[in-house]
Structure formats: C-alpha cells, structure tokens
Design a protein around this ligand. Structure first.
Ligand code: FUB
Length: 454
C-alpha cells in the first residue's frame, strides 16, 4: 500500500475525553479499524480489523466482531476469523466485509497470499454471524498480479451480488448465487475525474479514490464511498443509477484531517437512521505521541439532501451518536457490553468473553439503562486470583450517586467464576450506569457479566 506516513502526526498529542461522556471512538478495549457494519435481524454486527496493541506498522492478524442494538452499547465477541484460517494466506488481515444470503454469512477478506506474495481476497462462510467461519475454497476467490485489497460486497434487489475492491484502482466482479465463485471477468472501473474526482500532483493516482470502497444503495441510487486521497485520508463518494456505474463523483463525506492518517467508510441504515463508520487515532495519541497504526473505530449519523447527495460531516466528534434503544438490566448483560471504558481489556476463553486488566479507578459506562421495574440488588459474575476488589455502581456520571458496592473476593483462579451480590438503593427511570472498579495496586479481578434484580 502506497501510504506516506505523515511525520507531523508524531508531534500531535490528542487528548481523549476522560469525562466519561465521550462516545467516539466506540471501542476502547482494543485497537480496531476498517469498520464493516452489517444489519441482521434488528441488530448491528460490526466486523473490524484489529491493530495489535504493539503495532508500529499494519500489524493485523484477525478480524473481530462487536454487536449493538442501540448504537451506543457495544458487545465484544472477540476475534471471529484469522488469516491463519486460510491455508494459502501468510498475513495482513486487512479490511473485511460480511454479508448474509439465505441464512448463511459470507465474509470477504484481503490477505497476503503465499501463492504470489501479493494481496488476494478470500471468502469465509458461516451459519451464524458469530461464526465459526471456514474457508470453503482453500484458495483465493480473487487473485491478480497487481494485488487486491479492501473488498466490499453488495446484493442488489434483483439478487445479483457484486464484489468491489482495490487500491489505487477500483475493480468489480459479479458473484454467483453461491457467493463463493465469480460470474464473468473482473472489470476495471474507469478512474476518471468525473467518476472519482480529481487529485492534483499525483500521476499514479489521478483521482481522489484511494482505497476502502463501500457499496451502498438508497432510494434506487447507488453509492460508492471510499477512502479519499492520502494522507491524511478523508471519505469521498460517487453516485450512480446502476451498481456497475458510470459513477459520478459527488464530494466528501468527511475531509481528511491530521488526526486520522487513514479512513475507511462503512455505511448502514438502522432504526430509521443512516450511519457512517470510520476510524481515528485518538486513543493511541492519548497514550503516545509517536504515530503508529493503532486505530479506533468511530461512527456518526449521515444526513441526505433531497437529491440523494450526502451532507458533509465535520471530523469525528467525541459525542458520536445518540442511543436508539434502551438496555434491559434484568437480563444477563455481558461485562464486555460497553459504551465507554478506561483502562480495560477483553479476553476470550473457552467459556466466552470477559473484561480483564481491571485496576483501581478503571471503569465501564453503559448507557440508557432502563430501570422500569426498579432494583433491589445487583449480581456480578467475577473471578479473582488476588484479594479481589469492589465494583462501585454509580448513576449518570463517574462521580454520580452511588447506589451500591459489590465486593468481589478471591475465587481461587482468574477463570474460577463466582456470583457476587450487593444490595442497591432505590433506582427508577433511565440512567447511564458506571461500574467503577476499586481495590489495591494489582489486577483486581476478571468480570464476566452482571444484572440487576427487581
Ligand atoms: O487496515 C489496513 C488497510 O488500511 C486497509 O485495508 C485499508 O483500507 C486501510 O484502512
């Protein structure tokens, strides 16, 4: 990938809001990029790439999944696919997209192929959006001599599926109904100024199209959003009356900004709104001023003009988007369901996901918790090989009303789970809930799930 790293970024130190009111970036426990949101059965499934914590360049080994039903509380499902699941791949688990067809889930992923040492696109299939995904082909779906990255997949209303991809050119091919074979030849889109805008001073990349295409349809208009120019990358888009073009460049969804070297649009309609996902480097820059590829996914709401064009957004706001649902606290909520957190990591064991690396002062915020039936007590499933700690339960902000404290003791091991209970003060209505972790200097405990009892 032809990316000039912007050295000036190393002097930028971005301060992520620690007020507990921030909503962007939406994932704080891992570095995530290249958002691929999918709506299925009234839920958003967000497939992501994953920059390793120590990544200095694009150190990316697997694809992760996060889900939400309210656009603010995101549940971490960990890695659902890795490049090691493809016998022909040797690394670089880059921008994916997953789509459902007739009850099966198809994930298109670019990797470096060990056949010709270049980027190639594979497909993995599962019976559930959570996986397990497997490689039905045992070879790339698309492999050319020029290197192929950033697939986006789209099924039109007539059920014809299309796969688009490419940097610095845009290609597409029709997919057969089986979704794992191509119908006909690969088409190289005409990279004209009219189609993708004009970039000045770069003969190899004459248009604003850089990479990361995202195909989307609304009211019979086709949209091709893409990471635009480099670097920094913004997000541009073109429109067409057909999924195969001709495309007409319409402008920027978001201008490039020094706070984000890269970008990568993912667009969905959900609960009456349209959302665009992308990423910035805020969490990374809040820790270290050196520029590395450690990115964090953000989301904003899109607004359309009557002619279908998109109103340009400012750079990612800290506020992000408003909730479009409420959290039911009387059912088991996974601890890794998080609107905002500080200091925490998540881990996957055979028993499932849990929150770990919990130290004194770290916290989780969950939003829009609906205490419509009140609550008498709180229950947490946790495990500790140390002396444990406490979970302070506070309402509406980090220093808000303390309604209870759940004491977590030693359980005999980091995955020896036990249920702990605490009485809570009277609570009614809809609140943001903060779990503030308290204890000694060492790691306190691992946190699996929680609920309130009426
Ligand atoms: O994340 C690795 C690569 O960087 C993606 O494939 C591109 O879209 C860019 O985001």
């Amino acid at each position: 990938m032809d990316k000039m790293k912007s050295l000036f970024l190393s002097s930028l130190l971005v301060v992520v809001s620690t007020s507990g009111l921030a909503q962007n970036p939406i994932i704080q426990t891992n570095y995530t990029a290249d958002p691929a949101p999918m709506v299925y059965n009234d839920k958003v499934y967000l497939y992501t790439t994953h920059d390793e914590d120590n990544s200095t360049w694009f150190t990316m080994n697997d694809w992760r999944l996060y889900t939400t039903s309210d656009m603010v509380n995101w549940t971490d499902h960990g890695a659902v696919l890795s490049y090691t699941d493809f016998s022909w791949a040797k690394g670089d688990a880059w921008a994916p997209q997953c789509i459902e067809r007739d009850g099966k889930f198809y994930m298109y992923v670019p990797m470096i192929s060990n056949i010709n040492n270049r980027g190639a696109i594979g497909v993995a299939v599962a019976d559930s959006p959570y996986g397990p995904f497997y490689d039905p082909l045992g070879k790339p779906l698309v492999q050319s001599e020029w290197g192929d990255i950033d697939p986006t997949v789209f099924i039109d209303d007539d059920r014809q599926a299309y796969l688009y991809w490419g940097n610095p050119n845009l290609y597409y091919v029709k997919l057969n109904e089986d979704m794992i074979s191509c119908d006909g030849e690969v088409v190289h889109e005409q990279m004209t100024h009219e189609a993708f805008g004009e970039r000045k001073g770069n003969q190899k990349r004459p248009t604003l199209y850089e990479e990361g295409p995202w195909a989307y349809k609304r009211k019979n208009k086709y949209y091709m959003a893409f990471a635009s120019t480099c670097c920094p990358e913004g997000m541009g888009y073109s429109m067409s009356d057909s999924p195969t073009g001709p495309w007409v460049y319409k402008g920027m969804i978001m201008e490039g900004d020094r706070r984000s070297n890269g970008n990568h649009p993912g667009i969905i309609d959900y609960k009456g709104n349209t959302y665009v996902f992308g990423f910035n480097y805020d969490i990374h820059f809040s820790k270290i001023s050196q520029h590395y590829e450690r990115r964090s996914i953000c989301v904003e709401k899109l607004t359309f003009n009557p002619d279908g064009t998109i109103q340009q957004l400012p750079f990612w706001t800290a506020k992000g988007v408003d909730p479009v649902g409420k959290l039911d606290p009387y059912r088991r909520i996974e601890a890794e369901t998080i609107a905002w957190s500080e200091g925490l990591k998540t881990e996957k064991s055979e028993a499932g996901m849990y929150v770990t690396a919990i130290h004194d002062g770290d916290y989780i915020r969950v939003r829009n918790v609906d205490f419509k039936k009140g609550a008498k007590s709180f229950e947490a499933v946790a495990a500790s090989s140390s002396s444990g700690g406490q979970i302070e339960i506070r309402l509406d902000n980090k220093e808000g009303t303390l309604i209870g404290t759940c004491v977590i003791g030693n359980t005999g091991g980091p995955e020896s789970w036990k249920t702990f209970q605490a009485q809570v003060d009277k609570v009614k209505g809809v609140h943001d809930v903060y779990f503030i972790f308290r204890g000694g200097e060492d790691e306190l405990f691992n946190f699996d799930c929680w609920k309130f009892i009426r």
